[in-house]
Design a protein around this ligand. Structure first.
Ligand SMILES: Cc1cc2nc3c(=O)[nH]c(=O)nc-3n(C[C@H](O)[C@H](O)[C@H](O)COP(=O)(O)OP(=O)(O)OC[C@H]3O[C@@H](n4cnc5c(N)ncnc54)[C@H](O)[C@@H]3O)c2cc1C
Length: 456
């Protein structure tokens, strides 16, 4: 018995925020579609993040335009459960055709006919288009320098849940973007001795002159930046909504008890060595912080806004000892380090998408999500169209562009199909006419008359 193949116009893979946004826009444009999610809606917000995580942006900002968060104030930071519930409620509100618990294993282009054949955990699907909405952060990266030492517990930030999960002893957190810095803070507050390895970073003020940084990045056009500034590819952003939302200030964290170190260089025979770049990295973060204050002041002056002055925001704590006399190396056993948390980012994994849409390094080849393989789209990737692309509010706008592209492409096929149908009708009627002529004795004789043929 042959397996039944489901036919669908557009298949969306993944029902995180990107998949839900795609579904909304495709529905608005009347594009028949199906969203397949291997687990649950917004699964990564439920189970791939630490217990105490809250959104980095306030509820008025980190949401889709069509719905507010229920039950929390607009300026509060939603917990990860509230974010997951928000997307589930959103999917219900827009009646999104999502099938959960179905994994997509393989997508291949059809040979000699349009569309794709998709192998899923529940059988085959044929779709004219496929949208990959499987997330910007798919495969945790632990760099090859990680020590091969069974006596040390090593976790990626995506596997960290809470301090109780770790053995007794000190912790080295490698990476000080939003995840690393929040995890280090939580571990230190739980009573652990913590070393935090800090690389190049941006650290916008949580708020300035009574406006959250999300507002500032918005009005200053920063969320819309089309590409990373050259040389900033390895710069993380350190922000946090934890405990009501505070500016990340590495010197304050040091005075709180965290030992800051430079970038982690290598592990050899139980000793870890650090780059001597801590002061430089902090100075760079300060520059970024101050440049945003300057831009905000200019904006306020230019627009005559009535927002309270905040000169104290420019005050800097003196450099703590770990900055003035940075550690070059550390004996892990002597320091009592029993765990390392790698907050070192993620890579994508499109092994299931076996189409011509990737460059030699395996990176998606696309323009604003429209890939080099006609009919294949990406949504939710960092910098897909702008800085905001991988964030909640940004993905909604990218999804709109992609849905519009899909609807336009469908129009070409509607034209093609109707033009073909018209062409066939004309051909059929001509064939019928010619049959009628052949069947009619008078006409047949006329047709054989060279003069009649010429007149035709
Ligand atoms: C720690 C952390 C905190 C963040 N905080 C914020 C924040 O506060 N505000 C903000 O705007 N952004 C934040 N982000 C960034 C971004 O919003 C999230 O990463 C978000 O989860 C991305 O949504 P997505 O839909 O693109 O991808 P995901 O949430 O990763 O969703 C992809 C979905 O695809 C499914 N899937 C994958 N492969 C398959 C397959 N083969 N078949 C079927 N289904 C599949 C997965 O199960 C998953 O549910 C944060 C990111 C991290 C890592």
């Amino acid at each position: 018995m042959t397996e039944k193949t489901t036919q669908i116009d557009t298949l969306v893979v993944g029902a995180g925020q990107a998949g839900v946004a795609m579904s909304e826009h495709l529905s608005n444009l009347g594009v028949p579609h199906l969203v397949l999610e291997r687990e649950r809606i917004a699964e990564r917000w439920r189970t791939a993040r630490w217990d105490s995580l809250v959104a980095n942006g306030p509820a008025w900002h980190d949401r889709f335009p069509g719905m507010e968060f229920a039950d929390i104030s607009r300026d509060a930071f939603a917990t990860k459960e509230q974010v997951a519930e928000y997307f589930e409620a959103y999917a219900r509100k827009i009646n999104a055709p999502i099938r959960t618990g179905v994994a997509v294993h393989k997508v291949e282009r059809n040979e000699g006919r349009p569309g794709f054949t998709i192998a899923t955990s529940e059988g085959l699907i044929e779709a004219q288009r496929v949208v990959a909405a499987t997330g910007p952060f798919q495969r945790p990266i632990i760099p090859p320098i990680a020590p091969d030492d069974a006596s040390i517990t090593q976790l990626h930030s995506s596997a960290y849940r809470n301090p109780q999960q770790l053995p007794e002893g000190a912790v080295l957190v490698v990476g000080a973007g939003s995840s690393g810095v929040q995890i280090a803070d939580e571990l230190q507050r739980s009573g652990k001795s913590v070393y935090l390895s800090v690389g190049p970073h941006d650290r916008p003020p949580r708020a300035y002159r009574n406006r959250d940084f999300c507002w500032w990045l918005g009005v200053l056009g920063e969320w819309d930046a089309a590409a990373m500034k050259p040389g900033t590819e390895h710069v993380t952003i350190a922000v946090s909504g934890a405990r009501g939302g505070q500016t990340i200030d590495f010197r304050r964290l040091a005075y709180q008890g965290i030992t800051l170190v430079g970038r982690t260089q290598a592990f050899n025979n139980g000793t870890v060595t650090f780059e001597q770049d801590l002061a430089e990295n902090l100075a760079r973060g300060d520059d970024n912080y101050l440049s945003l204050l300057d831009a905000a002041d200019d904006y306020i002056a230019r627009n005559g806004l009535d927002l309270p002055e905040e000169p104290e925001a420019r005050a800097t704590l003196p450099d703590p000892q770990c900055v003035t006399h940075p550690l070059q190396q550390l004996d892990l056993a002597e320091a009592g380090i029993t765990a390392i948390i790698w907050a070192t980012g993620f890579a994508v994994d499109y092994s299931w998408l076996q189409v011509d849409a990737f460059d030699a390094n395996g990176k998606p080849r696309h323009q604003r999500g429209v890939s080099s393989e006609p009919g294949v789209y990406f949504v939710g990737l960092p910098w897909l169209s702008r800085r905001g692309s991988s964030f909640i509010w940004g993905v909604w706008h990218d999804a709109k562009f992609i849905a519009d592209h899909i609807a336009t492409q469908r129009q070409y096929f509607v034209y093609h199909d109707s033009a073909q149908a018209q062409h066939s009708r004309v051909q059929n009627s001509q064939a019928q006419d010619s049959k009628d002529v052949q069947d009619s004795p008078v006409r047949a004789s006329q047709a054989q008359d060279p003069q009649v043929q010429a007149a035709n």
